[in-house]
Design a protein around this ligand. Sequence first.
Ligand SMILES: Cc1cc2nc3c(=O)[nH]c(=O)nc-3n(C[C@H](O)[C@H](O)[C@H](O)COP(=O)(O)OP(=O)(O)OC[C@H]3O[C@@H](n4cnc5c(N)ncnc54)[C@H](O)[C@@H]3O)c2cc1C
Length: 475
Amino acid sequence: MASLVWFRRDLRTTDHPALLAAAAGEGHVHAVVVFTPETWREHGVGANQLTLLCRRAQSLRVELNELGIPLHAVHADTFAATPSALLALAEEIGADRLHHGFEHEVDERERDEAVRLAFENAGKRVHAHHTQTLLPPDAVQTGTGGPYKVFTPYKRSVLKQLTAEGDLVAGLRPEQQAKPCEAIGSIPDAIEGAGTTVELGAFDLGEKEALAGLDAFLAERGAQYEAQRNFPAVAGTSALGVAFALGTLSPRTAYVHALRRLTSHPNEAKGLDTWISELVWRDFYRHVLFHFPRVCMNRPFDLSTEAVEWRNNEDEFQAWCEGRTGYPLVDAAQRCLVATGWMHNRLRMVTAQFLTKHLLVDWRWGERFFAQHLVDYDFASNNGGWQWSSSTGTDAAPYFRVFNPISQSEKFDSDGTFIRKWVPELAELRGKDLHDPSRIAPLLRSDLDYPELIVEQKFGRQRAIDAFKTARASL
Ligand SMILES: Cc1cc2nc3c(=O)[nH]c(=O)nc-3n(C[C@H](O)[C@H](O)[C@H](O)COP(=O)(O)OP(=O)(O)OC[C@H]3O[C@@H](n4cnc5c(N)ncnc54)[C@H](O)[C@@H]3O)c2cc1C
């Protein structure tokens, strides 16, 4: 008899509880990835990430092969077709057990339940393990036994529990086995019909490169993370989002490595503690969607915001998408996203607030646009980030605190390096003019090939505050 490990967004061989459990059991270990392009497209996952997912599955096949584990590829198109396709493979290779990691989104949970039933009806066992988070979303509870809705006490509770668990399983990998058969099924270079023109090489990390990237970040930039993480022109963050989103890197491994660095370099605590907090934010948004599944179903966490009357002007949305709002930092951010598939966290907040507040466009439009483009797209973090920015989420920015895109620009790109790179038509401007070209005399401004302000800053801000106030008053 044999066991089958189903890899999803946990595409790694190290610190993988499902793989370790399979290896600890009897018989050969096989592995599988299931391609469901139709459902992924329905979920709005874009070509950039789907291409990276294919490439990562290809490199995982090589890494597992070194351990004597064949990585099979099943092409099922949809979640609905997954149970029978997976079961057919299990029959073909003689597997009587299936191991997989938990996925917490609603459709994924339904799919997993259908797979469990299909396997159990065929007399096979299914074991689910936690592979994607620091702690299982239901393992962290308030004093009264409910889920957390506020980040800071949640973080305290997570860190306390992690400390109690000691050194976790970071670094563990299964022993090499004699390979039972060649891998079945081809792994494509990209998903058909989802071509990308973005250069993805820098994000195409295998497991060793992701681990090396983690250690290099912690040693070289971790200490300065708190001081430098807000400046888009500076490489102050880890840029490991893709590795976490596809599961090339385990968050528990990342946590343990950060903790070891902290223990050996206590003077770097300010930066390293802040970075660990970001890993906890990642868990927090999964905790929220696990306990409040409505956020997976296009609904806000804060139900009072369902009454907000979004303007949803399609031309304005298109101008935002293409970086033509007349606000240089917003435009630079959007152009960078479309050209590279990545955007700095500070800019994600600025541009998301601009869309949902100044333009009063529904946050779900922006959420979908980011999903289409981000290489590190992750449903929980993207949804959490959009609901934070639009003041519809749990522990979100209060609706009356609206980022001013010009002061954000002056503060976080003060010398304009980032803007000049992505909005070259403004490259010759200096000082305040670069952050706000609308202040330049109209005659001179007409020489710039750059749009007028899409909305006046103070007017847009007040309009958003009024819309949120009206929604609250209507309850
Ligand atoms: C509107 C909006 C949309 C976002 N969409 C996504 C998304 O689709 N996928 C995604 O991984 N993150 C998303 N984020 C969170 C954050 O912007 C990215 O995780 C971060 O920019 C990735 O860069 P990095 O790897 O250099 O992060 P670092 O700063 O080095 O942080 C390390 C890791 O911690 C996690 N992390 C950091 N910040 C956050 C956060 N605020 N929320 C949740 N996890 C975090 C990520 O896994 C990240 O890779 C979004 C934020 C906003 C405001």
